[in-house]
Design a protein. Structure first.
Length: 134
């Protein structure tokens, strides 16, 4: 079993964590895609598709026990990072706009929560998949 250590000594099993995060990110990206497809533009659709491909490549490399990333993983990892930052920025802007106008409908609160959660999970997944193994 491979153990990974980060954030001041917290240890987790990296394969189990990566598989769980990959499946969770796949599910969240499909739900996010289906929920907001009507309002989504080209950037959101391409970002969600890159998240799906990146998580699929991560699961594939875990099944093959391949540690080193190849070109496609670097490419889709970079797009996933940009998409995560875009979703997080959009969620924060939506939150600031809702606070400014003192208007908190359920859809806005849900979109902000989902955006922030999705961003954090994607960033954690990228960090965990590239963390140094001991």
């Amino acid at each position: 079993m491979e153990i990974i250590q980060f954030w001041g000594g917290i240890c987790v099993n990296d394969k189990v964590m990566l598989k769980n995060l990959s499946y969770l990110n796949l599910i969240l990206s499909v739900v996010y895609f289906l929920s907001y497809l009507q309002n989504a533009g080209y950037w959101v659709v391409s970002g969600l598709l890159s998240v799906i491909v990146f998580n699929w490549l991560t699961l594939l490399s875990l099944d093959r026990e391949q540690i080193k990333w190849f070109v496609f993983q670097w490419f889709f990892g970079a797009i996933t990072l940009l998409f995560a930052l875009y979703i997080g920025y959009s969620a924060l802007q939506l939150l600031l706009d809702a606070v400014e106008h003192s208007y908190y409908p359920g859809a806005t609160v849900g979109l902000v929560a989902a955006g922030i959660l999705f961003t954090l999970l994607l960033l954690f997944h990228l960090f965990l998949s590239r963390a140094k193994k001991e």
